[in-house]
Write a protein that binds this ligand. Structure first.
Ligand SMILES: CC(C)(COP(=O)(O)OP(=O)(O)OC[C@H]1O[C@@H](n2cnc3c(N)ncnc32)[C@H](O)[C@@H]1OP(=O)(O)O)[C@@H](O)C(=O)NCCC(=O)NCCS
Length: 482
């Protein structure tokens, strides 16, 4: 259910409406030995179409200690974030008034858990109830305290970081963006003869996608194989793989290959871009030029690239822009100028392939420096360069592509066969050590342009702006003890 609500400072005339909101929770006995008369100037209300459907209050106990008074949301509006917004409003108000520690009494076990989980409260004691108030079968209050200063610092920091993410400002002018991991699960080359770990059947690819997602990856780059294990363009296989992944991990970004290495025709290369329904891909690979691989050429004529790009554009599929040499970035800029690619651009920079750009820090830096504006990038190293290029990308502020398509070995000495999960877990460890938080699936979908809006960003930025704004409210008179 989507509900449009606003959080407002309460007016004196809201008093009865506030008590009506508390009635379903048996918290309307006011004034009573449990709750003194309300000071509506220390209350916030949530309104839907003008009607008060939630309220929260506070009072100031000393210069640094505040206490929450009532908080309630009508049951039919539960779990929509309204309780959280009301709690935030009163925390911010207390913070602006100089409060450092907030005391809260609660009785319902689920509410106590909610306060602890979202606001970092700790239990400090218990109080006997003086009359029936709140949950009728619970006879005491659990008293909790939270460190408001620490909470505000953390909220401010989080919103500040996300603010940069929303604007896609490049590191180091901004904090590192959330870390993206794209896994090329299968590729065209690895076979079961070479490694038993390469996922080939629909079931194997789906299972591997689930494993790498759970290990931290947000994007999978998918190649289809036929019954005999040979690469195929057939859309029906891609469709089964993607629908299978979506059933288990709906947020994982699914990118299909439009590679022309084994079949040059546009119709075959683009067949997987025409899938609709549950198996529709989020992204399609778009190699931005021709090159030689050790086993033969990969031919991508300008007109073919343009047609593939426009088919993606027209079907709502984002391109995964594959770059094997600097000229390919120039071709992406040309496509953008022609309108064949639009919006946020996700580049995969693939270094270390014989015939492509070398896997060195200098080459990586120069590729990144020449990317067009509003780009997000990942680096991949082919063969023994996988780990070095991935680590370089972690430090340089990019994302990575890892997986068996790029290297079937875990180590540069080629002594140990890898699984896709192994290399994801390894780069997650490196990223954690380097202070690169993993992008959530939602963030990843937004960063690569699959979703247009970053969930939660508006509220975070708004909260941060409120937290940073100077004190606006008067210092309320210290109310009597409760
Ligand atoms: C406690 C109370 C105010 C919470 O109100 P609420 O509007 O349901 O609170 P929220 O929606 O912000 O959060 C509730 C849960 O919904 C989740 N949620 C928030 N927005 C959501 C959304 N759009 N979709 C799904 N879940 C959502 C929250 O993450 C939270 O999850 P959790 O329970 O796993 O922690 C409400 O349950 C209440 O009135 N309780 C009775 C009175 C009471 O105990 N008051 C406190 C006295 S001290």
């Amino acid at each position: 259910m989507e509900v449009s609500y606003i959080i407002d400072p309460a007016k004196a005339s809201d008093l009865n409406a506030i008590l009506e909101v508390m009635r379903p929770w048996n918290m309307h006995h006011v004034p009573s030995p449990e709750m003194e008369a309300l000071d509506t100037s220390c209350f916030f209300v949530a309104r839907v179409d003008g009607r008060v459907i939630g309220a929260s209050g506070f009072k100031i106990l000393s210069q640094t200690v505040g206490k929450t008074t009532l908080l309630g949301v009508l049951p039919e509006y539960a779990k929509l974030g309204i309780g959280g917004a009301l709690q935030n409003a009163r925390l911010q108000a207390m913070g602006r008034l100089g409060v450092k520690t907030v005391v809260t009494n609660a009785d319902r076990p689920e509410t106590i858990v909610w306060y602890k989980r979202h606001y970092g409260y700790k239990e400090v004691g218990r109080l006997q109830k003086l009359r029936s108030f709140g949950h009728p079968d619970i006879y005491h209050w659990t008293t909790m305290e939270m460190d408001l200063e620490a909470y505000m610092r953390a909220a401010d920091e989080k919103a500040w970081t996300r603010d940069h993410v929303a604007r896609n400002e490049p590191h180091p002018l901004a904090p590192y963006p959330p870390f993206l991991i794209n896994v090329c699960l299968t590729g065209m080359i690895p076979t079961k003869d070479k490694t038993e770990f390469v996922p080939v059947t629909v079931e194997e690819v789906v299972e591997d996608a689930i494993r790498v997602c759970d290990a931290g990856a947000q994007i999978v780059h998918i190649h289809a194989r036929d019954e005999s294990g040979k690469p195929t363009w057939e859309a029906s296989i891609y469709e089964r793989i993607i629908a299978g992944i979506r059933r288990e991990r709906p947020g994982l970004v699914c990118c299909v290959s439009t590679s022309g290495r084994n079949w040059p025709e546009f119709e075959r290369r683009s067949e997987c871009l025409l899938i609709t329904g549950d198996g529709k891909p989020d992204m399609g690979s778009l190699t931005l030029g021709s090159l030689n691989f050790p086993t033969g050429p990969s031919v991508n004529a300008p007109d073919m690239i343009k047609r593939l790009a426009e088919t993606m554009r027209d079907n709502g599929i984002r391109p995964e822009l594959e770059v094997f040499d600097p000229g390919m970035i120039g071709f992406a800029k040309y496509l953008e100028r022609k309108g064949s690619i639009v919006g946020r651009k996700y580049f995969n920079l693939l270094l270390g392939s014989l015939g492509g750009v070398a896997a060195s820090i200098g080459d990586l830096s120069s590729l990144v420096a020449s990317l067009p504006e509003d780009s997000v990038w990942a680096a991949a190293g082919i063969g023994m360069f996988q780990l070095p290029m991935n680590v370089a990308a972690v430090v340089a502020g990019g994302g990575v592509r890892v997986g068996l398509e790029d290297s079937i070995f875990y180590d540069s000495g080629r002594t140990r066969l890898s699984t896709n999960e192994d290399v994801v877990k390894r780069i997650v460890r490196v990223a954690e050590e380097c202070g690169r938080p993993l992008a959530t699936l939602e963030e990843a979908r937004w960063m690569v342009g699959v979703e247009e809006r970053l969930p939660g960003i508006d509220a975070l930025v708004r909260d941060a702006n409120v937290l940073r704004s100077p004190a606006q409210r008067r210092w309320p008179e210290a109310p009597g003890a409760n």
